[in-house]
Design a protein around this ligand. Structure first.
Ligand code: NMX
Ligand code: MLT
Length: 438
């Protein structure tokens, strides 16, 4: 079977041609207008960025190269003996637009495992971080430091042609994705289990098989499968989300992929974005503590109102684009429904009960445009059930995942020769003048 590189080599020229033709023939076509609301409202809804791997529909949710989540669950290869999507197969799809065969997926797993060990200087750096430093800060700092070995940076310094950018970017992206499990697991070990030895990478395991093993949960097949699904599904959510967009912006300066992804991780660490999965658990636990174990829907409603009246957001609800329950949330719920031990878990039950009442409360509250759950409403609580209770760590797992989308699209940005991102900003006075002229 063809390797990832060979497949990519084959698909890139057609895309380059497609984009060139679009630019030449329709460069001046108007596809939307800019409203004052877009400028002062976080550019919500503005179509202003090219991102080929996935498109988000407000009602239906995400499609990866045209495939919905249920489609992906049908066609993307799982681990041998498993059922859930292997993140490697999602990586292949995001990068090439093609569904890999089980052999191609296995080959990619092997390549990632072979490249998975950390350089010694990085281990020393991570081991020197204070235990009290937030795991996301550690991850972002360590990913930036990995640019010590950046192939793109070294090649750029030597002076390479633009047409060669993508091959060096690809090498960095694969090396970074390969190293994320060992890095993320080392952070976990240092912060939460400082005296535990870390196993080495097993060359026969897939990316998440190794990650789970390094975290100390290798014998929990159910959690490992959950992590495969979680990491595959969080991989990409079109380009406008804060982390992917940050990687794209920083990457457009031709900063190497390590720096671009380090910046993306800092965006992911904000509570309105990836940190919400940590916040959801904190909020659901506080609810459980206050209301006890056998709670009624009316009590949850009251708790929701209390949160809203105190001026806080309900974490895990609302979205910048979605206007329906997030199909990633639904897929994680379905995973729980097929496993009796998860169905009966008090924290997962509480998530489901909250889902029964929160949309109506949020509608009555009348502020959020989307009163439905996003993926974070469920993701962390399932980890908690499995005994992975250190919720400040949860966004790190999201960070391991988002690399799939953000980094693969960096390869494409270089293959398509996308330019430096530099939108025009305006002052309030200029905006007022523009409104008068309109
Ligand atoms: N609870 C209470 N109020 C909310 C919520 C919520 N869950 N979601 C939005 N609102 C408010 C929002 O704060 C804003 O209020 P104001 O006018 O006072 O500024 C108003 O509703 C309108 O906001 P929207 O246009 O609906 O939402 P926006 O696109 O600006 O923001 C989020 C999207 C996701 C930032 C927002 O819904 C939110 O803060 N949700 C809670 C945090 C969360 O779950 N984030 C995770 C997103 C997914 N991820 O993984 O990144
Ligand atoms: C994501 O997965 O990035 C979040 O749902 C946020 C977004 O899409 O804006």
């Amino acid at each position: 079977p063809q390797t990832l590189r060979e497949t990519l080599q084959e698909v890139i020229p057609a895309k380059q041609e497609q984009l060139k033709k679009l630019k030449t023939e329709h460069g001046n076509a108007v596809v939307g207008d800019v409203k004052v609301d877009n400028i002062i409202g976080g550019m919500r809804g503005l179509k202003a960025m090219l991102w080929d791997a996935s498109v988000l529909d407000p009602i239906e949710g995400i499609r990866f190269h045209g495939l919905s989540i249920p489609d992906c669950q049908k066609v993307l290869p799982p681990a041998p003996g498993g059922k859930e999507i292997l993140p490697e197969s999602m990586l292949w799809l995001l990068l090439t637009g093609q569904v890999p065969t089980p052999e191609q997926t296995l080959g990619l797993s092997r390549e990632l495992a072979e490249k998975g060990e950390l350089p010694k200087f990085l281990e020393d750096l991570v081991d020197s971080f204070p235990q009290t430093l937030h795991p996301m800060t550690q991850l972002s700092m360590a990913v930036a430091a990995l640019n010590h070995d950046s192939s793109f940076q070294a090649a750029y310094e030597k002076g390479i042609k633009k047409t060669e950018y993508w091959t060096h970017t690809l090498e960095d992206c694969i090396n970074l994705i390969a190293r994320l499990p060992a890095l993320a697991a080392r952070i976990y070990r240092n912060v939460y289990k400082p005296d535990t030895p870390l196993p080495t990478i097993n060359k026969d395991l897939d990316l998440v098989g190794n990650y789970s093993n390094l975290l100390g949960y290798g014998d929990n097949e159910s959690l490992t499968e959950y992590l495969r699904l979680y990491i595959a599904l969080h991989g990409d959510h079109e380009g406008g989300n804060a982390s992917a967009h940050t990687a794209h912006l920083v990457g457009s300066t031709l900063a190497d992929p390590y720096l671009a992804y380090s910046a993306a991780l800092s965006a992911l660490a904000g509570p309105l974005h990836g940190l919400a999965n940590q916040e959801v658990l904190r909020w659901q636990m506080a609810m459980q503590k206050e209301l006890g174990s056998d709670v009624s829907l009316d009590q949850i409603k009251e708790y929701l109102w209390k949160t809203l009246k105190s001026g806080q957001v309900v974490p895990g609800y609302g979205h910048g684009v979605l206007r329906n329950p997030d199909p990633r949330f639904i897929a994680l719920q379905e995973f729980c429904e097929t496993r009796p031990e998860l169905r009966d878990s008090p924290i997962i039950k509480l998530v489901q009960q909250t889902f029964q009442v929160a949309p109506d409360v949020l509608k009555e509250h009348g502020k959020t445009k989307n009163p439905y759950p996003n993926v974070d409403a469920a993701s962390g609580c399932v980890l908690y059930h499995y005994g992975l209770t250190e919720f400040k760590y949860y966004t790190v797992i999201f960070g391991v995942s988002r690399a799939l989308g953000a980094l693969t699209q960096l390869v494409w940005a270089r293959a398509l020769g996308l330019p430096l991102e530099r939108p025009k900003s305006v002052s309030i006075d200029v905006l007022q003048q523009l409104v008068k002229q309109a």
